[in-house]
Design a protein. Structure first.
Length: 414
Protein backbone atom coordinates (compact mmCIF):
# COMPACT_ATOMS: atom_id res chain seq x y z
CA UNK A 1 0.00 0.00 0.00
CA UNK A 2 1.30 3.44 -0.85
CA UNK A 3 1.13 5.80 2.09
CA UNK A 4 0.31 9.37 1.19
CA UNK A 5 1.43 12.50 2.90
CA UNK A 6 -0.31 15.76 2.11
CA UNK A 7 0.49 17.93 5.10
CA UNK A 8 3.63 19.57 3.86
CA UNK A 9 2.29 22.50 1.91
CA UNK A 10 3.27 24.03 -1.37
CA UNK A 11 6.83 22.83 -1.92
CA UNK A 12 6.26 19.08 -1.72
CA UNK A 13 3.51 16.60 -1.15
CA UNK A 14 5.08 13.20 -0.96
CA UNK A 15 3.73 9.73 -0.73
CA UNK A 16 6.25 7.29 0.58
CA UNK A 17 6.74 4.11 2.47
CA UNK A 18 10.34 3.09 2.31
CA UNK A 19 12.60 6.07 1.80
CA UNK A 20 11.93 8.03 4.94
CA UNK A 21 13.78 11.24 5.48
CA UNK A 22 16.18 10.57 8.33
CA UNK A 23 16.36 14.09 9.71
CA UNK A 24 15.03 12.83 13.03
CA UNK A 25 18.62 12.00 14.04
CA UNK A 26 19.42 15.71 13.94
CA UNK A 27 18.95 17.85 17.05
CA UNK A 28 16.99 21.06 16.63
CA UNK A 29 17.36 23.67 19.34
CA UNK A 30 15.37 26.50 20.80
CA UNK A 31 16.74 29.93 20.38
CA UNK A 32 16.52 32.83 22.82
CA UNK A 33 15.02 36.23 22.06
CA UNK A 34 17.77 38.60 20.83
CA UNK A 35 20.22 35.72 20.16
CA UNK A 36 22.98 36.95 17.87
CA UNK A 37 24.68 35.11 15.01
CA UNK A 38 27.11 36.06 12.30
CA UNK A 39 24.91 34.51 9.61
CA UNK A 40 21.25 33.44 9.68
CA UNK A 41 20.25 31.16 6.79
CA UNK A 42 16.49 30.98 6.24
CA UNK A 43 15.55 27.69 4.58
CA UNK A 44 17.20 24.28 5.03
CA UNK A 45 16.74 22.65 1.65
CA UNK A 46 19.89 21.54 -0.14
CA UNK A 47 20.72 25.17 -0.96
CA UNK A 48 20.47 26.59 2.58
CA UNK A 49 22.20 23.54 4.05
CA UNK A 50 25.10 23.79 1.59
CA UNK A 51 25.53 27.49 2.34
CA UNK A 52 25.54 26.85 6.09
CA UNK A 53 28.05 24.00 5.57
CA UNK A 54 30.41 26.26 3.59
CA UNK A 55 30.18 29.07 6.16
CA UNK A 56 30.61 26.83 9.22
CA UNK A 57 33.76 25.45 7.57
CA UNK A 58 35.04 29.04 7.38
CA UNK A 59 34.43 29.54 11.11
CA UNK A 60 31.20 31.56 11.00
CA UNK A 61 28.60 31.30 13.76
CA UNK A 62 25.55 30.16 11.80
CA UNK A 63 21.85 29.66 12.57
CA UNK A 64 19.64 27.78 10.14
CA UNK A 65 15.87 28.22 10.42
CA UNK A 66 13.23 26.06 8.73
CA UNK A 67 9.95 24.45 9.90
CA UNK A 68 10.48 21.37 7.68
CA UNK A 69 14.23 21.05 7.05
CA UNK A 70 15.10 19.02 3.97
CA UNK A 71 11.50 17.98 3.34
CA UNK A 72 10.47 20.19 0.42
CA UNK A 73 11.70 20.24 -3.17
CA UNK A 74 15.15 18.89 -2.26
CA UNK A 75 13.50 15.73 -0.95
CA UNK A 76 11.89 15.14 -4.34
CA UNK A 77 14.64 16.04 -6.85
CA UNK A 78 16.21 13.25 -8.92
CA UNK A 79 19.78 14.43 -8.30
CA UNK A 80 21.13 14.64 -11.85
CA UNK A 81 24.29 16.71 -12.19
CA UNK A 82 23.97 16.90 -15.92
CA UNK A 83 25.13 20.19 -17.44
CA UNK A 84 25.52 18.63 -20.87
CA UNK A 85 22.27 16.72 -21.28
CA UNK A 86 20.35 19.55 -19.58
CA UNK A 87 21.61 22.07 -22.16
CA UNK A 88 18.77 24.02 -23.73
CA UNK A 89 18.96 26.05 -26.94
CA UNK A 90 19.75 29.71 -26.25
CA UNK A 91 20.96 29.17 -22.67
CA UNK A 92 24.70 29.53 -23.39
CA UNK A 93 25.54 31.51 -20.23
CA UNK A 94 23.46 29.27 -18.01
CA UNK A 95 25.21 26.22 -19.51
CA UNK A 96 28.62 27.72 -18.66
CA UNK A 97 27.35 28.31 -15.13
CA UNK A 98 26.08 24.74 -14.92
CA UNK A 99 29.47 23.42 -16.07
CA UNK A 100 31.06 25.35 -13.21
CA UNK A 101 28.37 24.02 -10.88
CA UNK A 102 29.03 20.42 -11.90
CA UNK A 103 32.79 20.93 -11.59
CA UNK A 104 32.29 21.96 -7.94
CA UNK A 105 30.73 18.61 -7.06
CA UNK A 106 33.75 16.27 -6.77
CA UNK A 107 35.44 18.41 -4.10
CA UNK A 108 32.13 19.08 -2.29
CA UNK A 109 31.28 15.40 -2.34
CA UNK A 110 34.70 14.39 -1.05
CA UNK A 111 34.57 16.86 1.84
CA UNK A 112 30.99 16.06 2.79
CA UNK A 113 31.45 12.29 2.66
CA UNK A 114 34.56 12.59 4.85
CA UNK A 115 32.86 14.96 7.32
CA UNK A 116 29.62 13.01 7.61
CA UNK A 117 30.83 9.47 7.02
CA UNK A 118 27.87 9.12 4.68
CA UNK A 119 27.81 7.74 1.12
CA UNK A 120 26.09 10.30 -1.13
CA UNK A 121 25.61 7.71 -3.91
CA UNK A 122 27.56 9.92 -6.32
CA UNK A 123 27.92 8.20 -9.70
CA UNK A 124 29.69 9.37 -12.86
CA UNK A 125 28.71 7.10 -15.74
CA UNK A 126 27.19 9.59 -18.16
CA UNK A 127 23.74 10.09 -19.62
CA UNK A 128 22.36 8.44 -22.76
CA UNK A 129 19.65 10.50 -24.46
CA UNK A 130 17.79 8.46 -27.08
CA UNK A 131 15.46 9.07 -30.01
CA UNK A 132 12.48 6.91 -30.96
CA UNK A 133 11.77 8.21 -34.45
CA UNK A 134 13.26 10.31 -37.24
CA UNK A 135 11.90 13.59 -35.80
CA UNK A 136 13.37 12.88 -32.36
CA UNK A 137 16.65 11.96 -33.96
CA UNK A 138 16.77 15.20 -35.95
CA UNK A 139 16.09 17.15 -32.76
CA UNK A 140 18.83 15.26 -30.91
CA UNK A 141 21.36 15.82 -33.69
CA UNK A 142 20.56 19.58 -33.69
CA UNK A 143 21.05 19.56 -29.94
CA UNK A 144 24.33 17.66 -30.32
CA UNK A 145 25.60 20.30 -32.79
CA UNK A 146 24.64 23.03 -30.35
CA UNK A 147 26.41 21.20 -27.50
CA UNK A 148 29.54 20.70 -29.61
CA UNK A 149 29.55 24.37 -30.64
CA UNK A 150 29.55 25.26 -26.93
CA UNK A 151 32.59 23.00 -26.49
CA UNK A 152 30.70 20.38 -24.49
CA UNK A 153 31.70 16.73 -24.35
CA UNK A 154 28.96 14.78 -26.17
CA UNK A 155 29.00 12.20 -28.93
CA UNK A 156 26.46 10.67 -31.32
CA UNK A 157 25.36 7.05 -30.91
CA UNK A 158 23.84 4.74 -33.50
CA UNK A 159 21.02 2.41 -32.52
CA UNK A 160 23.54 -0.42 -32.10
CA UNK A 161 25.89 1.68 -29.98
CA UNK A 162 22.99 2.73 -27.69
CA UNK A 163 22.09 -0.91 -27.09
CA UNK A 164 25.68 -2.02 -26.67
CA UNK A 165 26.28 0.63 -24.01
CA UNK A 166 22.90 0.16 -22.36
CA UNK A 167 21.28 -3.22 -23.17
CA UNK A 168 18.24 -2.43 -21.00
CA UNK A 169 17.04 0.17 -23.57
CA UNK A 170 14.08 -0.52 -25.85
CA UNK A 171 15.54 -2.11 -29.05
CA UNK A 172 13.37 0.34 -31.06
CA UNK A 173 15.66 3.28 -30.22
CA UNK A 174 16.73 5.23 -33.30
CA UNK A 175 20.12 6.48 -32.08
CA UNK A 176 21.11 8.94 -29.39
CA UNK A 177 23.72 11.06 -27.66
CA UNK A 178 26.18 10.11 -24.94
CA UNK A 179 27.10 12.84 -22.45
CA UNK A 180 29.83 10.88 -20.73
CA UNK A 181 30.71 13.33 -17.95
CA UNK A 182 27.19 13.75 -16.55
CA UNK A 183 26.83 12.50 -12.96
CA UNK A 184 24.15 11.99 -10.36
CA UNK A 185 23.84 11.95 -6.60
CA UNK A 186 21.18 11.04 -4.05
CA UNK A 187 19.82 14.39 -2.78
CA UNK A 188 18.31 12.76 0.32
CA UNK A 189 21.70 11.44 1.34
CA UNK A 190 23.15 14.91 0.77
CA UNK A 191 20.51 16.55 2.96
CA UNK A 192 21.04 14.02 5.75
CA UNK A 193 24.83 14.32 5.52
CA UNK A 194 24.63 18.12 5.62
CA UNK A 195 22.23 18.17 8.57
CA UNK A 196 24.28 15.77 10.64
CA UNK A 197 27.55 17.58 9.86
CA UNK A 198 26.05 20.96 10.72
CA UNK A 199 24.71 19.47 13.92
CA UNK A 200 28.14 18.10 14.87
CA UNK A 201 29.86 21.37 14.03
CA UNK A 202 27.66 23.45 16.28
CA UNK A 203 25.33 25.22 13.85
CA UNK A 204 22.14 26.33 15.59
CA UNK A 205 19.27 24.51 13.88
CA UNK A 206 15.87 26.01 14.62
CA UNK A 207 12.64 24.32 13.52
CA UNK A 208 10.42 27.32 12.88
CA UNK A 209 8.92 29.29 10.08
CA UNK A 210 10.38 32.74 9.60
CA UNK A 211 7.50 35.18 9.48
CA UNK A 212 9.42 38.28 8.55
CA UNK A 213 12.83 39.79 8.02
CA UNK A 214 13.85 42.79 10.12
CA UNK A 215 14.61 45.52 7.59
CA UNK A 216 15.69 48.95 8.91
CA UNK A 217 15.93 52.21 7.02
CA UNK A 218 19.34 53.95 7.29
CA UNK A 219 19.13 57.22 5.39
CA UNK A 220 18.39 56.23 1.80
CA UNK A 221 19.61 52.66 2.38
CA UNK A 222 17.88 49.65 3.84
CA UNK A 223 19.61 47.09 5.99
CA UNK A 224 18.50 43.61 7.13
CA UNK A 225 19.72 42.45 10.52
CA UNK A 226 17.16 40.10 12.04
CA UNK A 227 14.51 37.45 11.41
CA UNK A 228 11.24 37.04 13.27
CA UNK A 229 10.23 33.47 14.09
CA UNK A 230 6.69 32.12 14.22
CA UNK A 231 6.50 32.50 18.02
CA UNK A 232 7.52 36.16 17.74
CA UNK A 233 11.15 35.61 18.81
CA UNK A 234 13.51 37.97 16.99
CA UNK A 235 17.07 36.79 16.39
CA UNK A 236 19.86 38.90 14.95
CA UNK A 237 22.47 38.29 12.29
CA UNK A 238 25.27 40.30 10.66
CA UNK A 239 24.19 38.68 7.39
CA UNK A 240 20.83 37.14 6.45
CA UNK A 241 20.62 34.64 3.58
CA UNK A 242 17.26 33.64 2.09
CA UNK A 243 17.39 30.08 0.74
CA UNK A 244 13.65 29.72 0.74
CA UNK A 245 13.03 27.82 -2.52
CA UNK A 246 9.70 28.71 -4.12
CA UNK A 247 8.89 31.32 -1.45
CA UNK A 248 11.83 33.51 -2.46
CA UNK A 249 11.80 36.98 -0.90
CA UNK A 250 8.06 37.14 -0.33
CA UNK A 251 8.20 38.57 3.23
CA UNK A 252 6.07 41.47 4.49
CA UNK A 253 9.01 43.81 5.19
CA UNK A 254 10.82 43.22 1.90
CA UNK A 255 9.60 45.79 -0.64
CA UNK A 256 8.23 44.19 -3.82
CA UNK A 257 10.90 45.84 -5.94
CA UNK A 258 13.53 43.78 -4.08
CA UNK A 259 11.61 40.55 -4.62
CA UNK A 260 12.54 38.94 -7.95
CA UNK A 261 9.69 37.05 -9.62
CA UNK A 262 9.34 33.30 -9.03
CA UNK A 263 6.81 30.73 -10.11
CA UNK A 264 6.26 27.21 -8.81
CA UNK A 265 6.43 24.50 -11.47
CA UNK A 266 4.93 21.22 -10.40
CA UNK A 267 6.86 18.00 -11.00
CA UNK A 268 5.55 14.49 -10.36
CA UNK A 269 8.25 11.88 -9.93
CA UNK A 270 8.29 8.17 -9.08
CA UNK A 271 10.67 6.02 -7.10
CA UNK A 272 10.77 2.39 -8.12
CA UNK A 273 12.85 -0.35 -6.56
CA UNK A 274 14.61 -3.02 -8.61
CA UNK A 275 14.04 -6.66 -7.72
CA UNK A 276 15.41 -9.89 -9.20
CA UNK A 277 13.05 -9.61 -12.22
CA UNK A 278 13.97 -6.03 -13.10
CA UNK A 279 16.26 -5.27 -16.03
CA UNK A 280 17.62 -1.90 -14.87
CA UNK A 281 19.77 0.57 -16.77
CA UNK A 282 23.25 1.33 -15.46
CA UNK A 283 23.40 4.82 -17.03
CA UNK A 284 20.96 7.68 -16.65
CA UNK A 285 18.73 7.30 -19.70
CA UNK A 286 16.39 9.89 -21.12
CA UNK A 287 14.17 10.38 -24.15
CA UNK A 288 10.98 11.93 -25.51
CA UNK A 289 7.80 9.87 -25.72
CA UNK A 290 4.82 11.54 -27.45
CA UNK A 291 6.60 14.88 -26.93
CA UNK A 292 6.89 14.23 -23.19
CA UNK A 293 10.40 14.15 -21.68
CA UNK A 294 11.21 11.11 -19.54
CA UNK A 295 14.29 9.98 -17.62
CA UNK A 296 15.36 7.11 -15.41
CA UNK A 297 18.11 7.57 -12.83
CA UNK A 298 19.44 4.25 -11.44
CA UNK A 299 21.03 4.47 -8.00
CA UNK A 300 23.60 2.03 -6.61
CA UNK A 301 21.06 1.03 -3.92
CA UNK A 302 18.62 -0.28 -6.57
CA UNK A 303 16.37 2.76 -6.43
CA UNK A 304 15.16 3.84 -9.89
CA UNK A 305 13.96 7.42 -10.12
CA UNK A 306 11.49 8.04 -12.94
CA UNK A 307 10.70 11.65 -13.77
CA UNK A 308 9.27 14.03 -14.21
CA UNK A 309 6.20 15.95 -15.25
CA UNK A 310 6.60 19.68 -15.87
CA UNK A 311 3.33 21.46 -15.05
CA UNK A 312 2.67 25.18 -14.71
CA UNK A 313 0.58 24.61 -11.59
CA UNK A 314 1.42 26.02 -8.19
CA UNK A 315 -1.59 25.12 -6.09
CA UNK A 316 -2.16 21.46 -6.91
CA UNK A 317 -0.17 19.44 -4.37
CA UNK A 318 -1.57 16.04 -5.28
CA UNK A 319 -0.21 13.55 -7.80
CA UNK A 320 -2.59 12.92 -10.69
CA UNK A 321 -3.60 9.53 -12.08
CA UNK A 322 -2.78 10.76 -15.61
CA UNK A 323 0.63 12.07 -14.58
CA UNK A 324 1.59 8.77 -12.98
CA UNK A 325 0.22 6.82 -15.95
CA UNK A 326 2.28 8.88 -18.40
CA UNK A 327 5.46 8.52 -16.35
CA UNK A 328 5.08 4.74 -16.14
CA UNK A 329 4.08 4.39 -19.80
CA UNK A 330 7.01 6.50 -20.98
CA UNK A 331 9.52 4.82 -18.65
CA UNK A 332 8.47 1.36 -19.93
CA UNK A 333 8.84 2.63 -23.49
CA UNK A 334 12.40 3.72 -22.66
CA UNK A 335 13.38 0.71 -20.50
CA UNK A 336 10.88 -2.16 -20.89
CA UNK A 337 12.46 -4.18 -18.06
CA UNK A 338 11.22 -1.69 -15.45
CA UNK A 339 7.74 -3.19 -15.64
CA UNK A 340 8.58 -5.71 -12.92
CA UNK A 341 10.10 -3.20 -10.51
CA UNK A 342 8.27 -2.30 -7.29
CA UNK A 343 6.60 1.09 -7.14
CA UNK A 344 7.72 2.57 -3.83
CA UNK A 345 6.81 6.21 -3.96
CA UNK A 346 4.93 8.90 -5.85
CA UNK A 347 6.31 12.36 -5.16
CA UNK A 348 5.28 15.87 -6.05
CA UNK A 349 7.62 18.85 -5.82
CA UNK A 350 7.60 22.45 -6.95
CA UNK A 351 10.57 23.77 -8.87
CA UNK A 352 11.33 27.41 -8.08
CA UNK A 353 11.25 28.84 -11.62
CA UNK A 354 12.59 32.20 -12.77
CA UNK A 355 12.02 34.21 -15.96
CA UNK A 356 15.25 33.04 -17.60
CA UNK A 357 15.72 29.68 -15.79
CA UNK A 358 18.82 30.98 -13.97
CA UNK A 359 18.79 31.19 -10.15
CA UNK A 360 19.05 34.31 -7.98
CA UNK A 361 22.30 34.11 -6.02
CA UNK A 362 23.97 37.11 -4.39
CA UNK A 363 23.24 40.65 -3.26
CA UNK A 364 19.57 41.50 -2.84
CA UNK A 365 19.74 45.29 -3.08
CA UNK A 366 19.12 45.48 0.71
CA UNK A 367 22.33 45.70 2.73
CA UNK A 368 23.40 42.48 4.50
CA UNK A 369 20.61 40.50 2.83
CA UNK A 370 21.59 37.84 0.28
CA UNK A 371 19.43 35.69 -1.97
CA UNK A 372 19.95 32.03 -2.89
CA UNK A 373 16.74 30.80 -4.47
CA UNK A 374 15.11 30.22 -7.86
CA UNK A 375 17.19 27.16 -8.79
CA UNK A 376 14.38 25.73 -10.93
CA UNK A 377 15.39 22.27 -12.22
CA UNK A 378 19.07 22.53 -11.30
CA UNK A 379 19.19 23.14 -7.55
CA UNK A 380 20.92 19.89 -6.69
CA UNK A 381 23.58 20.46 -9.33
CA UNK A 382 23.96 24.13 -8.35
CA UNK A 383 24.06 23.67 -4.54
CA UNK A 384 27.87 23.62 -4.05
CA UNK A 385 28.50 26.57 -6.41
CA UNK A 386 25.69 28.55 -4.77
CA UNK A 387 27.32 27.96 -1.38
CA UNK A 388 30.65 29.11 -2.76
CA UNK A 389 29.20 32.29 -4.30
CA UNK A 390 27.36 33.29 -1.11
CA UNK A 391 30.49 32.57 0.93
CA UNK A 392 32.51 34.72 -1.51
CA UNK A 393 30.15 37.65 -0.95
CA UNK A 394 30.11 37.27 2.82
CA UNK A 395 33.89 36.98 3.09
CA UNK A 396 34.46 39.87 0.68
CA UNK A 397 35.90 37.76 -2.14
CA UNK A 398 35.05 38.11 -5.82
CA UNK A 399 32.65 35.42 -7.02
CA UNK A 400 33.49 33.55 -10.24
CA UNK A 401 32.79 35.43 -13.47
CA UNK A 402 30.22 32.90 -14.66
CA UNK A 403 28.08 33.83 -11.63
CA UNK A 404 26.95 37.01 -13.42
CA UNK A 405 24.10 34.92 -14.91
CA UNK A 406 22.66 34.43 -11.41
CA UNK A 407 22.84 38.05 -10.19
CA UNK A 408 19.50 38.75 -8.43
CA UNK A 409 19.66 42.35 -9.67
CA UNK A 410 19.96 41.36 -13.35
CA UNK A 411 16.34 42.20 -14.10
CA UNK A 412 16.86 45.72 -12.75
CA UNK A 413 14.48 45.07 -9.87
CA UNK A 414 15.69 47.98 -7.73
C1 LIG B 1 10.51 16.44 -9.90
C2 LIG B 1 11.79 17.20 -9.71
C3 LIG B 1 12.98 16.67 -10.16
C4 LIG B 1 14.17 17.40 -10.01
N1 LIG B 1 15.35 16.85 -10.45
C5 LIG B 1 16.50 17.56 -10.31
C6 LIG B 1 17.74 17.02 -10.76
O1 LIG B 1 17.79 15.90 -11.26
N2 LIG B 1 18.87 17.77 -10.63
C7 LIG B 1 18.85 19.03 -10.07
O2 LIG B 1 19.89 19.67 -10.00
N3 LIG B 1 17.68 19.56 -9.62
C8 LIG B 1 16.52 18.86 -9.73
N4 LIG B 1 15.33 19.40 -9.31
C9 LIG B 1 15.33 20.77 -8.78
C10 LIG B 1 15.82 20.79 -7.35
O3 LIG B 1 15.19 19.76 -6.61
C11 LIG B 1 15.53 22.15 -6.73
O4 LIG B 1 16.06 23.16 -7.56
C12 LIG B 1 16.19 22.25 -5.35
O5 LIG B 1 15.75 21.20 -4.53
C13 LIG B 1 15.87 23.58 -4.71
O6 LIG B 1 16.44 23.53 -3.43
P1 LIG B 1 16.09 24.64 -2.35
O7 LIG B 1 16.90 24.37 -1.15
O8 LIG B 1 16.17 26.00 -2.99
O9 LIG B 1 14.52 24.43 -2.10
P2 LIG B 1 13.76 23.52 -1.04
O10 LIG B 1 14.28 22.16 -0.98
O11 LIG B 1 12.30 23.68 -1.35
O12 LIG B 1 14.10 24.23 0.32
C14 LIG B 1 13.58 25.49 0.67
C15 LIG B 1 13.37 25.46 2.17
O13 LIG B 1 12.96 26.76 2.58
C16 LIG B 1 12.07 26.59 3.65
N5 LIG B 1 11.27 27.78 3.81
C17 LIG B 1 10.41 28.35 2.92
N6 LIG B 1 9.82 29.40 3.48
C18 LIG B 1 10.32 29.53 4.74
C19 LIG B 1 10.09 30.44 5.82
N7 LIG B 1 9.22 31.43 5.72
N8 LIG B 1 10.79 30.25 6.96
C20 LIG B 1 11.70 29.26 7.09
N9 LIG B 1 11.95 28.36 6.10
C21 LIG B 1 11.25 28.50 4.96
C22 LIG B 1 11.22 25.38 3.25
O14 LIG B 1 10.60 24.78 4.39
C23 LIG B 1 12.25 24.49 2.57
O15 LIG B 1 12.76 23.48 3.44
C24 LIG B 1 14.14 18.68 -9.42
C25 LIG B 1 12.93 19.19 -8.93
C26 LIG B 1 11.77 18.47 -9.08
C27 LIG B 1 10.48 19.02 -8.52
Amino acid sequence: MLAYRDDVGPAAAISRIAYMNQVSSTTFGLVAQDAKFEVIVVGAGIIGLSIAYELIAKGFRVALVDPTPGEKTSHVGAGMIAPVSETAFGEDDLTQFNLLAAASWPDFRQRLEADSNCDLEFVQRGTIAVAFNADDRRFLMDLLNYQLNLGLKASPLTNGQCLELEPSLNPRVAGGILAENDCHVNPRMCVNALLSTLNQRGATLVKSEVQDIGVKQHGSNQNANSVILENGTEIFGDFIVLATGVLGADFPSIPKRFSPPLRAIKGQILRLEANESTVSPTHVVRGMVQARPIYVVPRPSGELVVGATVEEKSEDFLPSAGGVENLLHDAFMLVPGLREANLREIGVGFRPGTRDNAPYIGKSGIESLYYAFGHFRHGIMQAPITAKIISNFITGQTPPKAAIVSDPLRDGIV
